[in-house]
Ligand binder design. Structure first.
Ligand code: NAD
Length: 499
């Protein structure tokens, strides 16, 4: 592995303060507790975020409740005109958002641009909601003599979304466009570690002139989340984050009578069979593991070689990994940025140490990586372990860092058993050129998102984002038609006329 020496590109103007947004105005949170927002590549403090108190949550929810009564009456075709404008505003600001995102999160600016694009894709899909809301509705004439029966979809009120640090721009946009286009109003609570991207997204929303109170923003951490979960005027909650918090959100929101969809953590495997084309497969797999510095819920960080493909697979994985450039995400040729915090870096190192104690072998060691220009960066070099078996902690729990685990399977049955041995069910991929192997894999793996010769199987906005087992708590998922179902309730009307 190598490291970047050059200066990072021009730093974007990041918002110098982090504010809440309620009832169409930027407001300061009233609480006393605040946290620094730190650039993980340089250690520089970018801003300070105040953790909102209950009264700040009340202000946002009150604004959203008040806006709901008139917003729900705006025809869907008129509501989505704001989304067409929002798409344009986000595209105009894409570079600023991407560079801010790279500074607060650490990911490469190329990854950040891709992330913003995937967010915009959801705005585009939600612009089709006037048509999508027809699903599950419709009229049947003459259910009895002269009586017709109709089902319609209606919005419910105030929805909140609580989002994680690893996709600061995309994940808020998994929810916001659908909630708003279906006629609900919305409160966003972004991760306190990366609140700046949301400031820019809400600035774009402000620019399109959505009526006051339709979209609101509260910054904060656990206490702020709990105030949302317990708030009587919040109808439903969308959550993405770690499994323990997802469970807490699911249980607490449900106990308070809310709709809830909660996406949790992951442990993803990729299986490579002897029929796979390694020259195509390996760059894909290496990109899946080390992209976003491994801080991705779709990272396939356990790579299982089936039968005699293992030796060639190992060789290509190692040589591809050695090419990766570690550095500041703002350098255009960086492949692997820093981890989000020093704690995150230490926890990944601890997982590697534990795996070695459990009997794994070290092929490439990135634990002591030092960046020559950034002493205070949370960098880890790409690391490869081999001899990883399903009973090791590193094969069962999320790593969330640039670590690739090589494992062997005797045959495809053996590989599927390993894949299904974890408590998670987020994603899994197979690399094969045999249809029968691909079919067996698609059929048998307990993962909500499956890739066939695709390393990062991130569903497009018009499909739902899957998740099973401890990776998802709820019924309907994010994105696409599931989002329409989540954000609306069906009402049945039976009607007849006597005169
Ligand atoms: P996290 O669970 O620490 O935080 C997520 C959100 O919950 C944040 O907004 C945070 O403020 C809030 N929160 C944290 N602790 C809380 C508590 N005790 N009570 C109430 N709220 C709390 O997650 P993270 O570290 O920001 O994100 C990484 C995790 O998200 C990983 O596990 C990753 O797999 C997961 N993730 C999953 C998906 C998916 O689609 N399944 C997508 C992206 C990220």
């Amino acid at each position: 592995m190598t490291s970047r020496q050059e200066e990072a590109g021009d730093a974007p103007a990041v918002p110098d303060s982090v504010s809440n947004y309620a009832d169409g105005a930027w407001v300061d949170a009233t609480a006393e507790t605040s946290l620094p927002v730190t650039n993980p590549a340089t250690g520089e403090t970018l801003a300070t975020v105040t953790l909102s108190a209950d009264r700040d949550v009340d202000a946002a929810v009150d604004a959203a409740s008040e806006a709901f009564e008139s917003w729900r009456r705006v025809p869907p075709v008129d509501r989505v005109q704001y989304l067409f404008d929002l798409k344009q505003e986000l595209e105009n600001r894409q570079e600023d958002i991407a560079r801010t995102l790279s500074r607060e999160h650490g990911k490469t600016v190329t990854e950040a641009r891709g992330e913003v694009r995937r967010g915009i894709e959801n705005v585009e899909v939600a612009a089709g909601i006037p048509n999508m809301m027809r699903e599950g509705s419709g009229t049947v004439e003459d259910v009895a003599a002269g009586m017709d029966e109709t089902a319609v979809r209606q919005p419910l009120g105030v929805f909140a979304a609580i989002t994680p640090f690893n996709f600061p721009a995309m994940i808020p946009l998994w929810f916001l466009p659908y909630a708003v286009a279906t006629g609900n109003t919305f409160v966003l609570k972004p991760s306190e570690r990366v609140p700046l991207s949301s400031q820019l997204i809400v600035e774009a929303i402000e620019a399109v002139g959505l009526p006051d109170g339709v979209v609101n923003l509260v910054n904060g951490a656990a206490d702020t989340v709990n105030a949302i979960l317990e708030h009587p005027d919040v109808e439903g909650v969308s959550f993405v984050g770690s499994t323990p918090v997802a469970k807490h959100v699911y249980e607490t929101a449900a106990r308070h009578g809310k709709r809830v969809q909660a996406q949790g953590g992951a442990k993803n495997y990729v299986v490579v069979t002897p029929s796979a084309i390694l020259d195509d497969a390996v760059p894909n797999i290496v990109g899946s593991v080390y992209g976003n510095a491994g801080e991705r819920c779709l990272a396939n960080d356990v790579v299982v070689g089936v039968g005699d493909v293992y030796d060639d697979l190992r060789e290509e994985v190692v040589s591809n990994t050695e090419e990766l450039v570690v550095g500041n995400g703002l350098d255009e040729d960086t492949d692997v940025g820093p981890l989000v915090t020093e704690d995150a870096r230490e926890s990944v190192v601890a997982m590697v140490d534990e795996a070695l104690e459990e009997g794994a072998d070290l092929v490439l060691d990135g634990r002591d990586f030092d960046h020559p220009d950034h002493d205070d960066g949370n960098f880890l070099g790409p690391t490869i372990l081999e001899g990883v078996t399903a009973d090791m902690a590193i094969a069962q729990e999320e790593i969330f860092g640039p670590v690739l685990c090589l494992a062997r399977a005797d045959d495809l049955d053996d590989a599927v058993e390993m894949v299904n041995s974890t408590r998670y069910g987020n994603a899994s991929s197979i690399f094969t050129e045999r249809g029968s192997e691909a079919r067996k894999y698609k059929y048998e793996v307990d993962a909500g998102n499956v890739g066939v010769n695709v390393g990062v199987c991130a569903p497009m906005g018009f499909f739902h984002f899957g998740g099973r087992k401890d990776s998802f708590f709820g019924d309907t998922h994010a994105q696409g038609e599931d989002a329409v179902q989540f954000y609306t309730e069906k009402k049945v009307v039976m009607e007849r006329w006597y005169s």
